[in-house]
Design a protein around this ligand. Structure first.
Ligand code: FAD
Length: 430
């Protein structure tokens, strides 16, 4: 039995396939460590280019954040485009916009190519503003994209229209992008793995890489199931990265932070009429975001910041999320919760994911925060290019300046202080 936690995804999964352990020593061109969105997207692109690869996971396909996420394919970054333009210039902000929209396109294409049964819907994604200042920010985004990217794929809902679309009065307006969407994250991940395996990509689970070392112009990865020789190695372990001999300081460049989710019992007709009538997935603008969506069976899935004390299933984290759910939808206060689960996201100091090289033919992509569903597809494509020696764009998602987080050993204390501060800011800004 795989070691996955209970979740609404596990309870509603239609994915059937299981994957074997590594069976003795192996030789491959590219070894991919981690069978989540990033690792499997890398394998997808390597396969498309006719290159050989092998994917391993210490636990199972979709064991990490990929199988536990909200499944929202969000076509924007956490920072506003207008803010990105101030920091990096208009041209770079437009490039970053095109990259993330391209990433959502890639998901649609992947679902289609591999015929993945994952309830994928692309009707749009809503980013409601938690404060008047946040509303100004998303309004500036729409204006920026029109003026500089000649794009009108996003629009603003005023306060009344937002309340009607979401079934809640707590927001000041919303940014809606029709290119966003959502999927069943566990079935998407396992469906992609299954499609890759059908096309000849070996995927080995229960296979934990414990050490990387060079052997001439090859790498040797030691695992609990055997040794793997490879020309190239891709590390795709994100929030589940532990210190790995041979991978230098990678695990110290991010802070793993728990995100927690609850799923209610299916709503009755009266409740569901009042709750998220638009049925669109929602990720709000708070620093400590709240996100929610309806499942086809009528369950409301509601997530937010989880435990940062190191205890993965801290009841206080769920209590806080259930409190946010009740504030957002007062008619659901005290509703039965059927599932509660958490997973680790990887936070970076600049809010961007990064892909780069640790050594010759040793690459990584890491640090998506809570925005990995779409961006992992982009980073997987970049990793495949890097593995094959092809150029990738030079932008803030590269490895320049991506160094270990200072005082990493004290990260939990730091996160606790930051979380309190963010919570305070989110509250007073209203
Ligand atoms: C609760 C939650 C909700 C989220 N919701 C959203 C959302 O709605 N939208 C969005 O865009 N993003 C969301 N995210 C973020 C998103 O899920 C992640 O950014 C994304 O899944 C990262 O994918 P990954 O493949 O890089 O890493 P993961 O899916 O975490 O996979 C890493 C894998 O590496 C394996 N591994 C680790 N070390 C080793 C080793 N030494 N040897 C072998 N294998 C190893 C692990 O077992 C794991 O399976 C959410 C995250 C969480 C936790």
């Amino acid at each position: 039995m795989p070691p996955h936690p209970r979740s609404a995804w596990r309870a509603t999964s239609v994915a059937q396939r299981t994957f074997p352990n590594l069976d003795g020593d192996r030789d491959t061109d590219t070894l991919i460590i981690g069978a989540g969105f990033t690792g499997l997207s890398t394998a997808r692109d390597l396969l498309a280019k006719g290159a050989e690869c092998l994917v391993v996971d210490g636990k199972d396909v979709a064991f990490g954040a990929s199988g536990r996420s909200g499944g929202f394919a969000v076509p924007r970054y956490k920072a506003n485009y207008s803010t990105l333009a101030k920091t990096f210039g208009n041209a770079m902000a437009v490039h970053l916009f095109r990259e993330v929209v391209g990433a959502t396109d890639a998901i649609a294409q992947t679902v289609e190519t591999f015929k993945i049964d994952c309830s994928y819907q692309r009707n749009g994604h809503v980013t409601p503003a938690h404060s008047p200042g946040a509303l100004e920010g998303i309004e500036a985004d729409v204006a920026f994209l029109k003026a500089h990217a000649e794009d009108d794929g996003a629009h603003i809902l005023d306060r009344k229209a937002t309340a009607e679309a979401l079934g809640t009065e707590v927001y000041f307006g919303a940014y809606v992008d029709g290119r966003g969407g959502c999927l069943h994250p566990y079935d998407y991940t396992r469906g992609l793995a299954s499609g890759l395996a059908d096309r000849g990509v070996p995927i080995s689970v229960g296979t934990s890489v414990t050490r990387l070392q060079r052997d001439g112009d090859r790498w040797i990865a030691e695992t609990n199931k055997g040794r793997i020789r490879a020309r190239c190695i891709v590390i795709a372990t994100n929030g589940y990265s532990l210190p790995l001999r041979g991978a230098g300081t990678l695990h110290r460049r991010i802070v793993p932070v728990s995100s927690s989710v609850v799923a209610t019992r299916p709503l009755d007709l009266n409740e569901s009429r009042k709750t998220l009538p638009s049925l669109l997935p929602v990720t709000d603008t708070r620093r400590l975001v709240n996100y929610f969506r309806m499942l086809p069976n009528g369950q409301l899935v509601f997530g937010g910041r989880g435990d940062i004390t190191g205890r993965r299933d801290d009841p206080d984290a769920y209590k806080m999320i259930e409190g946010h759910l009740a504030t957002t939808f007062p008619h659901l206060a005290g509703i039965d919760i059927q599932e509660r689960w958490s997973g680790f996201v990887a936070v970076t100091l600049d809010g961007f994911p990064h892909a780069g090289a640790l050594d010759d033919n040793l690459f990584y992509a890491i640090g998506y925060g809570g925005r990995g569903v779409a961006l992992t597809s982009l980073m997987g494509s970049r990793l495949a290019k890097m593995a094959l020696g092809e150029p990738i764009p030079s932008d803030p998602m590269g490895d320049q300046g991506f160094t270990p987080v200072p005082f990493h050993a004290f990260r939990r204390t730091g996160m606790r202080i930051m979380a309190k501060y963010y919570q305070f800011r989110d509250r007073i800004e209203r």
